[in-house]
Design a protein around this ligand. Structure first.
Ligand code: BDR
Ligand code: CA
Length: 318
């Protein structure tokens, strides 16, 4: 099988952990490197969680620690959603591996330069590391096939009425990446609010019969509760648990279950009410060349199938 080489940049985070589950469950992907972002939690916590979760699912890969804060803004975390530990206060394994001696940007650079073919970057946090990489080493751009990012939204937000968390936390990084010329797939809230699991499905996770599936269900239960508390929630939040980051991997494995289109996208840096909003030229009237493939919708049944399959596959290996 021709595997897709990927590097994953994430900030676990409950849905980031579910994204890692799908990534490591699938033979279509060859994960070359995992890097961490300061996002849902401080960089120390997201790095610890990445090491802990990968130890638990028994996947050994280089994990390199990212930058400790957004490019310009003060860091804002989302412990209100992911819990103080960041993984729904569920205990995963004590890490048996250490973070790489190389900082994320050095590890990303080396991985890209030495890869046999262009690599896909999967980004499920703020884009701080990737922006810094592209500014410091623009020569790596031809080594990047595309960036599959969970972030932004055509309409609405979850940090403010107009901004999604990953874009809001480091809008300057997001804008640098949007402008980079590297092909981007954006799984924004438009699609991730359609890629949810219901409470009934969450209960069904427990019938998979593995300790791993039980822990995943516990984590989801925590997430159900906290997602309901967010002020900028969409209707139906109480019944629908959005596992946003999973789409950034699912759209690579099963592009046919997603619909989208190419648009010109910029990020608002100054707005009084709109800071961190991804401004999508939806009517295509600006005359600007599209720079982002924006996903709009997903076949939810097929998405859930992929998710359950991943939890089953990983659960059986432990
Ligand atoms: C994004 O924000 C984070 O809290 C999640 O992990 C996801 O990446 C959703 O807006
Ligand atoms: Ca995330």
């Amino acid at each position: 099988m021709n595997q897709i080489p990927v590097m994953i940049d994430c900030d676990p985070g409950i849905d980031d952990a579910m994204m890692l589950t799908l990534a490591f469950a699938r033979e279509e992907l060859n994960v070359l490197l995992v890097t961490t972002e300061a996002g849902n939690l401080t960089i120390d916590k997201t790095t610890y969680n990445t090491l802990s979760f990968l130890t638990h699912i028994n996947k050994r890969v280089e994990v390199a620690k990212g930058l400790p804060q957004p490019l310009l803004r003060k860091q804002e975390v989302a412990e209100n959603i992911h819990g103080e530990s960041g993984l729904g206060n569920v205990t995963w394994s004590e890490p048996t591996m250490e973070a790489s001696a190389r900082p994320a940007i050095v590890a990303m650079y080396d991985t890209l330069i030495n890869a046999a073919e262009p690599v896909t970057i999967v980004a499920t946090g703020p884009l701080t590391n990737i922006a810094a990489l592209l500014v410091a080493h623009p020569e790596v751009k031809p080594c990047i096939k595309q960036i599959s990012w969970m972030g932004g939204a055509v309409v609405g937000g979850n940090m403010s009425a107009t901004a999604e968390f990953n874009a809001y936390v480091d809008p300057h990084a997001a804008e640098l990446v949007m402008r980079s010329g590297v092909p981007i797939i954006m799984s924004g809230l438009d699609v991730t609010h359609k890629a949810y699991i219901t409470r009934d499905e969450m209960t069904r996770l427990r019938t998979l019969g593995t300790p791993f599936a039980e822990k995943v269900a516990d984590m989801m239960q925590f997430y159900t509760f906290t997602q309901r508390q967010t002020p900028f929630h969409a209707p139906g939040f109480a019944e629908q648990i959005r596992i946003h980051d999973v789409s950034a991997i699912a759209c690579l494995i099963a592009p046919h279950i997603y619909d989208g289109d190419d648009y010109f996208v910029e990020v608002e840096l100054e707005g009084r009410l709109t800071q961190g909003a991804t401004i999508v030229d939806y009517t295509k009237q600006s005359g600007n060349e599209p720079n982002v493939y924006v996903l709009h919708s997903v076949n939810r049944a097929a998405f859930i199938e992929l998710f359950f399959d991943a939890v089953t596959t990983i659960g059986k290996t432990l």
